[in-house]
Design a protein around this ligand. Structure first.
Ligand SMILES: *[C@@H]1O[C@H](CO)[C@@H](O)[C@H](O)[C@H]1NC(C)=O
Ligand SMILES: *[C@@H]1O[C@H](CO)[C@@H](O)[C@H](O)[C@H]1NC(C)=O
Ligand SMILES: *[C@@H]1O[C@H](CO)[C@@H](O)[C@H](O)[C@H]1NC(C)=O
Ligand SMILES: *[C@@H]1O[C@H](CO)[C@@H](O)[C@H](O)[C@H]1NC(C)=O
Ligand SMILES: *[C@@H]1O[C@H](CO)[C@@H](O)[C@H](O)[C@H]1NC(C)=O
Ligand SMILES: *[C@@H]1O[C@H](CO)[C@@H](O)[C@H](O)[C@H]1NC(C)=O
Ligand SMILES: *[C@@H]1O[C@H](CO)[C@@H](O)[C@H](O)[C@H]1NC(C)=O
Ligand SMILES: *[C@@H]1O[C@H](CO)[C@@H](O)[C@H](O)[C@H]1NC(C)=O
Length: 707
């Protein structure tokens, strides 16, 4: 290739370029566009410019519109000043190339601005700016709509206010977590709405307010008040019931904010002394049982709730349940059971008699007496929450009627015989009395006690008692049982004193004489007779008389109720004989066996005065000598027999009948302290064996002691 070719090509390119330029100039288009950002943010009070550039024409006419309103018109490079709408003339300026400047812009200039350029013959062009004027956000205050938020209300609104500022964006946070609109929250202008607020909405709420120039956060602590919730009532220790005297506390608690106050009410009275809902009951009484009401109050919301609880305080009935059976008209049997006192009352029933009926505190059932009830033990079941108990009762027809007789002399000198008829019967038997098969009633001679078990006869003449047969018949609804009684005077028939015995004390100076009489004997008194040497001294004992040693003489008189006596001042070296004469007033009965005490039994013939008198006086000296020898022998014999001296139990010097459980030596070694009680009529040995129906006398034992 030659340089000419290269030059020619270069020229061609240049020409083409020139041609193209010429052609373009011939078809020039009018255009205008922003020279910087089209959305423009400005802080209020600053200068801001909406910069444009245009092409396609020289010196076009420029018009700025605020929205649709023309606010400034100018022909570029024209010497005449721009035509500015009146109210905007202080703020708006136009630059030589058409840009619009706001001097000291204020919030009111936030708008869309459009520039339109026109050139005759070339048409027009336009572009639009958005100007936002902001203010700094200052003094934001966040507040809740109501004084206090409460659970159960419809909505809770939090809103902010501020002294100044333009907010471009707001964000809400709950305890630091961003809140978005959902079913629980509603974000509105300047506010946050919490729908159906509850206790878990309590916390810190923060709002963040932003614009391009600054941002501010403010927070508020919100408490959602609630309660009282459903209260929980409890007693400690937890028991179905308490026993009077127990210690317990009642507690009433419920959730709530603020913490609810608690009030306990019992029996219409507000109880003081509860602390945080706990009420201590010390030494609780049955009167404190009942319904306790707990009232809880939220003092801020005035919401209140109440709930009841029942406290059971029980008390055991007194003693033990008691059972009895009574006769109704001597035909029916009334079974009764009672257990008094107690809270609640004990429930009583006789399951064996009726399984359907029962009673509280007392209960009775009446049945017609029948054989299958006779001897049947019926149990009363006594039910009380604290204790279950029972008592038994057995109805029985009268059996084994055991009569007993006692005799006294009344103030008029009449003999009074009392016959007792006691039977083991339940209900207690009623006794009817008859004399020789004829019913007797109370009068001057006969008297029947109010309980019918005693029958008294009073008469001067003993024969009148003895001629008759007396009958006592015991009855109750279950049957009857009779017994015939023939009174006997000790004189006749049979033994007058059924049993007698003698016990000396340890050193032989006191002896106790005991005896018994047959149960139906009429006895008004006893003569105690003695034979033997003088008693050692006189101690003023009223019934003791001077003694002589050769025959029985009365030394004591005892009343008919006595069954024993003590004889004092015995000479332990001497021998004494005693006997008991029973008496029915003036009539003397047969004497008892003779009881002997002393070291030896002398031949009665030797000591008899009649024999002594019959001995010729010439032989008296010989006899005295013989007596002296005898005495010496006697004394030696005594020295050789230490076992006859006390404290050896020598008891009675002849065969006696006594009871197995009585050890005479032990019984009497204590002296008078163990002497029988003479004053107790019913307690004398002979009567006890008949008046107490259940008494079974122990088998007698024969004790033989020989000298
Ligand atoms: C805004 O423009 C005016 C007039 O040209 C001037 O006096 C003023 O200082 C400017 N303000 C700022 C903040 O630049
Ligand atoms: C500006 O124009 C835009 C869109 O044309 C519009 O969305 C906006 O609302 C206007 N702003 C004002 C302040 O008129
Ligand atoms: C809100 O509570 C938090 C602690 O829970 C505390 O640090 C904060 O100061 C409270 N704010 C207000 C405004 O009381
Ligand atoms: C109730 O008793 C408990 C435990 O014995 C005690 O801690 C409490 O202080 C008592 N409360 C009152 C009100 O006396
Ligand atoms: C009560 O007793 C009758 C007969 O004595 C018996 O038939 C009945 O079942 C009993 N009832 C109950 C509840 O025990
Ligand atoms: C009552 O009788 C029953 C048997 O019949 C017996 O188990 C119970 O111990 C008796 N109770 C009393 C208090 O006697
Ligand atoms: C006692 O009574 C009987 C019979 O009735 C009679 O024979 C006797 O004379 C009476 N004795 C006296 C002292 O009255
Ligand atoms: C008393 O009863 C006995 C025997 O039962 C009899 O022999 C006697 O005749 C009766 N006496 C009278 C007075 O009825």
């Amino acid at each position: 290739m030659t340089w000419l070719d290269a030059c020619g090509r270069l020229i061609a390119v240049f020409l083409a370029f020139l041609l193209k330029l010429t052609f373009q100039g011939a078809y020039c288009k009018l255009e205008v566009s922003p020279a910087g950002p089209a959305p423009v943010n400005a802080i209020s009070g600053s200068n801001v410019t909406l910069a444009v550039s245009f092409s396609g024409a020289h010196d076009p006419v420029v018009t700025w519109f605020m929205k649709d309103l023309p606010v400034l018109t100018w022909t570029i490079n024209s010497p005449s000043p721009p035509d500015i709408a009146k109210n905007y003339s202080k703020v708006l300026r136009i630059a030589p190339h058409g840009s619009l400047t706001f001097v000291n812009v204020s919030l009111g200039y936030t708008s869309n601005y459009t520039i339109e350029i026109t050139k005759s013959g070339l048409g027009k062009a336009s572009t639009t700016f958005t100007l936002k004027v902001f203010e700094n956000i200052q003094n934001v205050i966040l507040s809740a709509q109501t004084d206090f938020a409460q659970e159960g209300t419809d909505r809770l609104t939090l809103q902010y206010s501020m002294l100044q500022g333009v907010v471009e964006e707001q964000m809400w946070f709950f305890n630091g977590i961003e809140i978005n609109t959902n079913s629980h929250y509603l974000l509105e202008q300047q506010s946050l709405v919490i729908l159906k607020p509850n206790r878990s909405d309590t916390g810190q709420y923060t709002v963040l307010l932003k614009n391009p120039f600054n941002s501010v956060t403010t927070d508020i602590n919100v408490t959602v008040l609630y309660g009282p919730d459903e209260p929980k009532l409890e007693a400690y220790p937890a028991q179905p019931f308490y026993i009077s005297g127990d210690y317990l506390s009642l507690s009433c608690q419920a959730e709530g904010f603020p913490q609810p106050t608690v009030e306990w009410v019992f029996g219409g009275q507000t109880l003081s002394g509860s602390h945080r809902g706990v009420l201590n009951l010390t030494y609780v009484q049955t009167s404190q049982g009942g319904v306790y009401t707990c009232t809880l109050l939220n003092e801020q919301t005035k919401q209140q709730r109440r709930k009841d609880m029942t406290l059971n305080v029980y008390e055991r009935p007194l003693d033990n349940p008691m059972c009895s059976v009574h006769s109704v008209n001597n035909v029916d049997l009334q079974y009764e059971c009672w257990w008094l006192g107690g809270t609640p009352q004990a429930k009583l029933s006789f399951p064996a008699l009726s399984n359907t009926s029962s009673g509280a505190e007392t209960f009775s059932l009446t049945f017609t007496a029948s054989d299958n009830l006779n001897g049947k033990t019926v149990t009363c079941v006594a039910d009380h929450p604290i204790e279950q108990n029972m008592c038994n009762i057995t109805a029985r027809s009268p059996m084994d009627v055991l009569p007993a007789v006692s005799t006294t002399v009344d103030s008029e000198g009449k003999i009074m015989v009392t016959i007792y008829c006691v039977s083991d019967a339940s209900p207690v038997a009623v006794v009817s009395w008859s004399k020789d098969s004829e019913a007797v009633t109370s009068g001057t001679t006969y008297h029947i006690s109010s309980d019918t078990t005693q029958f008294k006869i009073r008469d001067y003449n003993i024969s009148n008692f003895l001629l008759h047969n007396y009958t006592c018949t015991c009855h109750n609804p279950l049957g009857s049982h009779g017994r015939e009684i023939q009174l006997r005077v000790p004189l006749f028939p049979g033994p007058s004193i059924s049993n007698s015995s003698l016990f000396p004390n340890q050193n032989g100076t006191i002896a106790t004489l005991m005896w018994e009489v047959p149960p139906t004997s009429v006895v008004t008194g006893f003569d105690i007779q003695m034979k033997g040497p003088d008693l050692l001294s006189k101690d003023g004992y009223g019934t003791q008389t001077r003694v002589s040693s050769n025959k029985f003489h009365t030394i004591q008189q005892r009343p008919g109720s006595d069954r024993s006596t003590d004889i004092f001042d015995l000479d332990p070296m001497s021998t004494y004989m005693f006997r008991i004469i029973p008496k029915a007033r003036m009539t003397e009965g047969e004497p008892s066996e003779v009881q002997i005490i002393g070291p030896v039994i002398l031949d009665e013939g030797l000591r008899g005065p009649a024999i002594a008198a019959g001995i010729p006086s010439s032989l008296l000296l010989l006899l005295l000598l013989g007596g002296f020898i005898f005495l010496c022998v006697y004394c030696n014999k005594n020295k050789r027999r230490p076992q006859t001296r006390y404290p050896v139990c020598r008891a009675v010097e002849k065969a006696v009948t006594t009871q197995i459980d009585t050890t005479p030596c032990n019984l009497l070694s204590g002296g008078l302290a163990s002497a029988p009680d003479y004053n107790m009529l019913q307690q004398t040995p002979s009567e006890r064996s008949v008046t107490l129906p259940t008494f079974v006398p122990p088998p007698p034992v024969r004790v033989a002691t020989t000298v």
